[in-house]
Write a protein that binds this ligand. Sequence first.
Ligand code: ATP
Ligand code: NI
Length: 353
Amino acid sequence: MKSEPIAEVENLNVAFPMDRGESRVVRDADIDIYQDEILGVVGESGSGKSMFAASLLDGVVEPGVSRGEITFNPPDGGDPISVLDLTEEELRRFRWDRVAMVFQGAMSSFNPVKTIGAHFKETLQDHNKNVEEGLERGRQLLEDLYLDPDRVMDSYPHELSGGMKQRGLIALSLLLDPDLLILDEPTAALDLLMQRSIISLLREVQTNYDATFVMITHDLALLSKLADRMVIMYAFQFIEMGETDEIIWNASHPYTRALLASTPSLASDIDEMKPIPGDKPDPVEQFHGCSYSSRCPLADERCREEEPPLRAVEGSTTQQTACFHYEDAAEAIHLPSSPQEAAESAAADGEGQ
Ligand SMILES: Nc1ncnc2c1ncn2[C@@H]1O[C@H](COP(=O)(O)OP(=O)(O)OP(=O)(O)O)[C@@H](O)[C@H]1O
Ligand code: NI
C-alpha cells in the first residue's frame, strides 16, 4: 500500500497528572496513516490504544493532555491541519467532517429518549448541513449496512438489537462523509456471528465511501482478515508495525510473537489467551531500557538499560520493530503455523494419499 499519508503523527505523548506523578499513557508515538487504508491497532488491555485513537481528534478526556505533532492532510487538497493546535470551534468542525470516531462501549451512546432518525437530523443541523440531502445519505448508509432505513430511523435505541445499534452508529459516524473513521472496539459487545458480519460490511463500506479506517481491537483474527497494516502497542508504545501479512507470518518483535503464539488459530481474543508471563507495566513508572525486557526471553543487559527505537526490519520496506534482538526472535519464539510449516504439512498430507 503506497499512498499519501492522510495523517502524520510525530512524537505523540499523552499524559495525565496524577498524585503519584505523571502517568504517560502514550509514549513517543510516530506513525503515518495512509489514505484509504485500514490500519489495525492491537495490544492488550490498558496498553494505550484508545488514548492513541482519541488523540487523532484531540479527544483525550480531561485532565489528559496530548503533546506532539498530528498533521492531517485533507485528501481534497486543502491545507494541512495541525490537529493539536485547533481551537474549540475549529475542532468541532474537524470532528465529524474530517475525522469521526465510534467510541469504545458506544452501544449506549445513542440518547435513549430520541429516535435514531432524530440523532441523524441533529447531527446534520449541528453542522449546518442540508437536512433533507443528509437524511437521504443516512438512509443509504443504513441500507448499505443491511438495515431497513424506515424501521431504524423511527426506532428508539432500545428497540434495536446490539448489532443493529452498532451498525446504526457506524452509519451515523459516516453521515458527514469523514475522510478518516476511527473505530474503537466496534465489535466487542457483539456475538461472534454478528462480529463477523459487521467486519465484512466494514470492508465494503470502506471501499464504497472511500474512507480511511483506523480500527482498534483485541481480535487478531479479525484484524488479520480486515487490516491492510497493523501496529502493535505494548506498554503505551508502538513496538512493531507493518503490513498485515508481514506481521502475521513474520512478526519480528518478541512481544508480537508471544501474542501470536498464544492465540490459538488466530481465533480468540487477546484477553482470553494464556497470559504472557511477567508484570503488566505501570504508566506512572519511568522505565529504563525496553519496556518488555522483564518479560522477554531474549532480553540482556543492554535491553534493560537502553530503549530500543522503532527501526526498519532488514529486508522489508514497511515493517518496523523496536527490538535489539529481532533477528533472533523467530528462533526463540516459535510460531506453530509458519507458512513453511503449513506448506510442509500440506505436502506431507499429499504424500500419505
Ligand atoms: N481518565 C484516565 N485518567 C488516567 N489514566 C487513564 C484514564 N483512562 C485510562 N487511563 C490509563 O491509560 C492507559 C491506557 O488506557 P487505554 O484506554 O488507552 O487502553 P486500551 O489499550 O484502549 O485498553 P482496552 O483494551 O482495555 O480498551 C491505561 O493504563 C489506563 O489505566
Ligand atoms: Ni480501549
